[in-house]
Design a protein. Structure first.
Length: 550
């Protein structure tokens, strides 16, 4: 007689094909292994000497970068625990805008330490309690690790010092030029009245050709466009902006016109031309010499714009039109009309320039400050310019953080070693089981300067031990010299600073992510939805022509 085995609890309330996992081996430790795999992909990109990753996403677009946020965004992460880390990285990117790699590597190191403790017999709840205790104590202590404050946020020379470390981690070779571009652009659009800094006010335009050193900052906006009319340059421009095509609008429904003879045909066409000329003449009489429209320019309108010597600029992006309206201080008109004086934009110069064979329209404002600044990025390849753009983005986000909290901590592994030393001090004072968890927390933080040294080609264990001894000896902000083995730098003298807010947010996200993953004791997966198989992506052209996707 066959023995009847009752169906499992999950099988009674879930559809056929659903899967459930539970237990330390199947869930907790497997989750840690999956997160560790993700961390291993990012560790070699950490620091100024980090290695590039060549990422090809699902639409065959290529990325060559060391930027952790870009790598995680383009990877198709499937494992649910690793996806939690990906979401945490996105939160850091959307919040502080810098410190993504630090947060992910620290979170993975915490999980790996927790895995060792769990295998040794500790329960996940004990590890969670220990991490929570250390985190609470650490957030109260790290304020004492502040070594400087960014007080001169409207001085380009001083701002360059504050942003140097953020750029160095992405573009070590061109750090001076990129830092100068970011500092100049941020200072131009920053408000001395205390108004919040908006990163959207710094725009970036990539124009292939030249070198990184040919990149410039424009106090205004730059567009990949050519003038629609014959006029190419206007001084003291008065700009009329329209959120519609600059053409004769077509009705939504079909219309029929009955013409009985040739005279009526000539009169019909002539009235249309007279109406268009009347509109352009009214603009000219109002002093307007530049017209910007969010659509095509009709041939008849171009003819009369040329007749009255008015420059025409077409914008295809509604977002660019909104930014230009904000820069010029004028709203866009919904229909073609003559705007009132308070609805006319003012600009010192509008001109068409050719850069490496590409036509650009530049709206410039004179003076040291403005509402919008544009960084014109030059480079030999689009991949290189994209990587420079990511470095500039990190620098601009760091400036944003400094406008909110001007406290600075030491870079080059200084802050991480200070944190690790404090955690070790707490662990040595503790006599409960939590001391083992605290030791693992300290080791997790030590993994950051160790990885920094390892990527620089140094002996990471020796470099870390020597750095800790050097800090105890000098009791100052001493960091790792990535250029010479056995040497150390005074980060204040070398201007290697990190934002306090970025570091604090990285700790918070890393600990919260690790605790959240450790709290998972069961994974329940519904049956995959049915449907046709997705079409395989089109392979790249062997000659490198991929229709501009890469």
């Amino acid at each position: 007689m066959a023995l009847s085995i009752p169906q499992s609890f999950q099988g009674r309330f879930m559809k056929e094909g659903a899967r459930a996992f539970k237990g330390l081996d199947e869930v907790v430790l497997r989750n840690i292994e999956a997160c560790s795999e993700l961390g291993n992909q990012l560790r070699t990109t950490f620091g100024p000497n980090g290695m590039n990753k060549l990422i090809i996403n699902d639409i065959e677009k290529e990325f060559v970068t060391t930027d952790a946020a870009t790598i995680i965004r383009e990877l198709d992460v499937i494992h649910p625990a690793a996806q939690l880390l990906s979401f945490a990285a996105q939160c850091v990117e959307e919040g502080p805008g810098d410190g993504v790699n630090t947060a992910v590597i620290l979170s993975v190191a915490l999980l790996e330490g927790a895995g060792e403790l769990i295998r040794a017999g500790l329960k996940p709840v004990e590890v969670i309690d220990g991490y929570t205790e250390v985190h609470k104590s650490l957030m109260e202590k790290i304020e004492s690790f502040v070594i400087a404050k960014a007080t001169e946020l409207h001085d380009v020379k001083e701002v360059k010092k504050y942003l140097k470390a953020a750029v160095m981690s992405k573009q070590l070779i061109h750090v001076d030029k990129i830092t100068e571009l970011a500092a100049e652009a941020c200072v131009q659009v920053s408000s001395k009245s205390g108004k919040a800094f908006n990163v959207d006010n710094v725009r970036m335009v990539k124009i292939p050709g030249g070198t990184i050193n040919d990149s410039t900052v424009v106090n205004g906006m730059v567009f990949h466009r050519a003038s629609e009319t014959d006029r190419r340059s206007v001084e003291n421009a008065k700009v009329a902006l329209f959120a519609c095509p600059f053409d004769i609008l077509q009705t939504e429904t079909k219309g029929t016109v009955l013409l009985n003879n040739a005279d009526e045909l000539m009169e019909f066409s002539g009235n249309e031309e007279k109406e268009v000329e009347k509109q352009i003449k009214e603009l000219h009489d109002a002093g307007i010499n530049v017209v910007v429209a969010a659509g095509k320019f009709g041939d008849l309108y171009i003819h009369y714009l040329n007749k009255y010597n008015i420059m025409g600029v077409r914008l295809v992006s509604k977002f660019d039109l909104r930014r230009l309206c904000r820069m010029l201080g004028a709203p866009a008109q919904a229909v073609i009309c003559t705007p009132s004086l308070d609805h006319v934009g003012q600009c010192d110069k509008v001109s068409q320039k050719e850069l490496s064979g590409q036509q650009t329209i530049v709206f410039e404002k004179s003076g040291q400050t403005g509402s919008i600044a544009s960084i014109v990025i030059r480079g030999a390849t689009m991949q290189q310019m994209n990587d420079v753009e990511r470095a500039l983005d990190d620098a601009i986000n760091n400036y944003k953080l400094l406008t909110r909290d001007n406290r600075l901590v030491g870079g080059a592994g200084t802050f991480e070693v200070q944190v690790a030393r404090h955690v070790e001090y707490l662990a040595n004072k503790n006599s409960t089981v939590s001391q083992y968890v605290m030791h693992k927390f300290g080791q997790a933080y030590q993994s950051l300067p160790k990885q920094l040294a390892k990527n620089a080609g140094l002996n990471e264990t020796q470099a870390l031990a020597s750095l800790i001894a050097e800090q105890k000896k000098n009791d100052g902000p001493i960091g790792i010299d990535i250029f010479e083995a056995g040497k150390y730098i005074d980060v204040k003298k070398e201007n290697i600073y990190d934002s306090y807010l970025a570091k604090a947010k990285a700790i918070e996200v890393a600990v919260d992510s690790a605790i959240q993953i450790l709290r998972v004791d069961q994974i329940i997966m519904a049956r995959a939805a049915g449907g046709p198989n997705l079409k395989a992506p089109r392979p790249q052209d062997p000659e490198g022509n991929d229709d501009g996707m890469a």
